[in-house]
Design a protein around this ligand. Structure first.
Ligand code: PGA
Length: 252
């Protein structure tokens, strides 16, 4: 099964009105012609319109870094799925480990957000991954299994066909400590087998499972050459147009 790689740049709480547009221009210049790989960027919410203006008409996708589990109403500070689609976003990150850690997001909340994203027509990139203590305690597979089972609970196969998963071991995020290709592959394969048991083997074989955690131009090719690694969710290295493009070129 051929899965087109997806390279997603999570800008986190970086850039401003001017520098987000400049970074988007650089990403467009350097990756706009790539056809064998999908590229998407995830700017902070208020900067999405500026980035969309630059990327309008290009193949580069734009998404939010989070969304509300609610549809609309008195939820100060929240951003809804339909706000994102009305701007022109096609993607949204859900359950990033920084949301889980600093905003106490549970697997159950992640499931509600996935539902909102799908209802609005967004492609959710659902982030899962164990902490260092969980890995050291031999709980990696149990932790990831719960995140997948609860986070995607009750989705139909047709809904699941629109979901992307990102495996991001928390100990590898922003630490410079990348999982080895073998460590990544063993969890990716585990997730794909789990998806097969939940949604059937066709859906599992078609689902893109990205790796995230200190992906850099120098390690991207080896990670993405693994059988079940279908692209990357890139944090720090996505803030350089040159570095991000080098990663995308290594995916095709
Ligand atoms: P990093 O972040 O590439 O800076 O480790 C990845 C992520 O948090 O998505």
């Amino acid at each position: 099964m051929d899965r087109k790689p997806l390279i997603a740049g999570n800008w986190k709480m970086n850039t401003d009105a001017a520098s987000s547009a400049a970074l988007a221009r650089e990403v467009l210049q350097r990756t706009g012609r790539l056809r064998s790989v999908d590229v998407a960027v995830f700017p902070p919410f208020p900067l999405i319109p500026a980035v969309l203006r630059v990327l309008d008409g290009s193949a580069i996708g734009v998404g939010g870094q989070d969304l509300s589990a609610e549809a609309e109403g008195a939820f100060t500070g929240e951003v809804s799925a339909t706000m994102l689609t009305s701007l022109g976003c096609g993607y949204v990150l859900v359950g990033h480990s920084e949301r889980r850690e600093y905003h106490l997001e549970s697997d159950e909340l992640v499931r509600r957000k996935v539902g909102r994203a799908l209802d609005a027509g967004l492609v959710p990139i659902v982030c899962v991954g164990e902490k260092l203590a969980e890995r050291d305690a031999g709980e990696t597979f149990a932790r990831v299994e719960r995140q997948v089972r609860v986070g995607l609970d009750g989705l139909t196969a047709a809904q699941m066909a629109r979901v992307v998963i990102a495996y991001e071991p928390v100990w590898a995020i922003g630490t410079g400590r990348t999982a080895t290709p073998a460590q990544a592959e063993e969890v990716h394969e585990f997730i794909r087998n789990l998806l097969a048991s939940m949604f059937g083997s066709d859906v599992a074989a078609a689902t893109r499972i990205l790796y995230g955690g200190s992906v850099k131009p120098g390690n991207a090719r080896e990670l993405m050459s693994q059988k079940d690694v279908d692209g990357a969710l890139v944090g720090g290295a996505s803030l350089s147009g040159e570095g991000f493009a080098a990663i995308a070129e290594n995916a095709g």
